[in-house]
Design a protein around this ligand. Structure first.
Ligand code: HEC
Ligand code: HEC
Ligand code: HEC
Ligand code: HEC
Length: 442
């Protein structure tokens, strides 16, 4: 064994020892009342999955988690305790790009099979729109939404135990019109009501503990789930009657909380365990069909994309892209490059809407037209508002050295702008004010 390898092995042993020492912890919320406990409750919780349907296995540290192992872990825990509650703080998906859509679809399908009791919603989960998320019939909760696609709370009972689950979607990032409201009064009332009914209350949020304390009514919260930490779970933190838990991200582990509550349903004793999902945890056999179907679809998608790319490369597109104009029209190109048109697609990406067909048309070249923009990877040269949005397709013009005129030669300027600068999207548009900002000759 080389010195480096020995060192690595030693480090690994240390890490395992540390994990063993710290993976289980416990505490008394109120030692004197510990003995009067009447019920014990088990909650298994997960934080952000962040689009990690499966571990990539590229490195030892990265080879953890994935939905197949998660299913196995949960099935084993359920075999021990069929009454456990299974909850997620949401954050299942990570991105809004076309390439991740299929994977996202299968993550939602896979989550359905795991049979969660309640799942919080984060903005990233909504990146492909509400229908994409809600059609899977997951028990989704957004407590500050009146949208009927989501529950404001979910109450679940097993045996004689009752838990009320709430989830708060950060309203300052309101990216979809009117989906959530800011006022916390309703949540406050609902929490008080749940507490009156002696339910154990759980609130999930993407806030940090500090922000949650500042922004949310926590008086009647028994269990607060704060923003996922990177990968590793934190130890629970006791604040008065409330237990604060912080799951890790990327779906690498499971958190398990056993606790006792007294007759007033206050937590009196708790025990916490973090359950890693390394390769030694086998894949749940019941997830195999789901996984095979996913891989078949991935392959189909890849083949479709390859065919498309081929078609583009063999020159079937009527669009050339701005780079192709630079050599003959340097002045116009320089001017355009400095304009906001040349960054219009980034604006969509920043808004988390780079995938929404309702937005792409005015922020790219030739969307929905043959040979036009498809997605950022396949047709990166057609992102943003470019020359050909105004002048029309100009591939032939470019390749003929200017002999063939561009498509929109006879268009008045106002007509060019009017394709996109419509009242709804550009209420301040006045041609005389806007044109000088982008005029090529100036
Ligand atoms: C190989 C050189 C060359 C390339 C590449 C080229 N052009 Fe031209 N372009 C010309 C020439 C030459 C003229 C002048 C033609 C004339 O005045 O009859 C011209 C004129 C134009 C005009 C004004 C006249 C008209 O046809 O309406 C526009 C607009 C234009 N080009 C846009 C583009 C765009 C957009 C691209 C890139 C997709 C592009 N050109 C690429 C050579 C080129
Ligand atoms: C009909 C064309 C059109 C559609 C559709 C459209 N936009 Fe735009 N968008 C524009 C125009 C034009 C502007 C520039 C407005 C201005 O400055 O007057 C703009 C500006 C923006 C900006 C501001 C950029 C900045 O730097 O301030 C964002 C963000 C944006 N759009 C996002 C979206 C999103 C998200 C959607 C889909 C829900 C969308 N757009 C759909 C035409 C459109
Ligand atoms: C937002 C719309 C718009 C975009 C984007 C745009 N143009 Fe133009 N362009 C115009 C208009 C309008 C005119 C006509 C100007 C006039 O008649 O005074 C024009 C004129 C021209 C001309 C004729 C010479 C001149 O400067 O007036 C050329 C060449 C040209 N554009 C090339 C380009 C190229 C190359 C790009 C991309 C790098 C581009 N344009 C991007 C709207 C646009
Ligand atoms: C294909 C759609 C499209 C066309 C055509 C178009 N624009 Fe735009 N325009 C946009 C978008 C989208 C933005 C916002 C880009 C951003 O900020 O990221 C924008 C932004 C602008 C801005 C910057 C606004 C500001 O406040 O600085 C000006 C100026 C502008 N356009 C002028 C024009 C004029 C003039 C025309 C016609 C000659 C035109 N545009 C044609 C889509 C278009």
């Amino acid at each position: 064994m080389s010195a480096a390898k020995k060192h690595a092995t030693f480090l690994r042993i240390v890490v395992i020892l540390i994990t063993l020492l710290f993976s289980a912890s416990s505490g008394f919320a109120n030692p004197s009342s510990a003995n009067q406990s009447t019920k014990t409750i088990t909650i298994v919780y997960t934080g952000n999955l962040d689009g990690e349907l499966e571990p990539c296995g590229c490195s030892e540290g990265g080879d953890k988690g994935g939905l197949k192992r998660r299913a196995q872990g949960i099935d084993e825990l359920r075999a021990e305790d069929p009454d456990l509650f299974l909850i997620s703080a949401g954050g299942l998906l990570i991105s809004e790009i076309q390439e991740d859509k299929l994977k996202s679809e299968y993550i939602l399908k896979g989550m359905t099979a795991l049979d969660y009791d309640a799942i919080g919603v984060q903005w990233k989960d909504l990146a492909y729109g509400q229908d994409f998320l809600t059609k899977h019939k997951l028990p989704l909760v957004i407590s500050n939404s009146s949208n009927s696609n989501f529950s404001q709370k979910i109450i679940f009972r097993k045996d004689n135990k009752e838990i009320a689950f709430f989830s708060w979607l950060n309203p300052s990032k309101n990216m979809q019109e009117n989906l959530v409201f800011k006022n916390t009064e309703k949540l406050k009332q609902a929490l008080a009501e749940a507490k009156n009914k002696k339910q154990l209350t759980t609130l999930a949020t993407t806030y940090s503990l500090k922000s949650a304390q500042k922004k949310l009514p926590l008086e009647n919260v028994d269990l607060l789930i704060i923003r996922s930490k990177y990968e590793l779970y934190s130890e629970p933190q006791q604040l008065g009657n409330m237990l604060v838990i912080q799951p890790g991200s990327r779906g690498m582990r499971l958190g398990k909380l056993n606790f006792s509550v007294n007759t007033a349903n206050k937590i009196t004793y708790w025990q916490h365990k973090i359950i890693p999902l390394p390769p030694e945890v086998k894949d749940a056999p019941r997830m195999q069909a789901w996984y095979d179907e996913y891989n078949t679809k991935v392959k189909e998608d890849y083949q479709k994309a390859t065919a498309l790319r081929k078609a583009l490369e063999t020159g079937e597109s009527i669009y050339a892209g701005a780079d192709a104009c630079q050599s003959c029209h340097k002045k116009q190109h320089d001017k355009w490059k400095d304009s906001r048109h040349a960054e219009a697609f980034y604006a969509l990406q920043d808004a988390g809407k780079a995938f929404d067909p309702n937005c792409i048309g005015c922020h790219t070249v030739g969307f929905k037209k043959s040979g036009g923009f498809l997605n950022a990877t396949l047709t990166g040269n057609l992102m943003h508002v470019q020359c050909e949005n105004c002048h029309g397709a100009a591939k032939e013009h470019a390749s003929s050295g200017g002999q063939t005129p561009v498509s929109n030669t006879d268009w008045p300027k106002e007509k060019m702008c009017g394709q996109c600068h419509v009242q709804k999207h550009s209420p301040d548009f006045v041609f005389e004010k806007y044109w000088p900002k982008i005029e090529h000759d100036k």
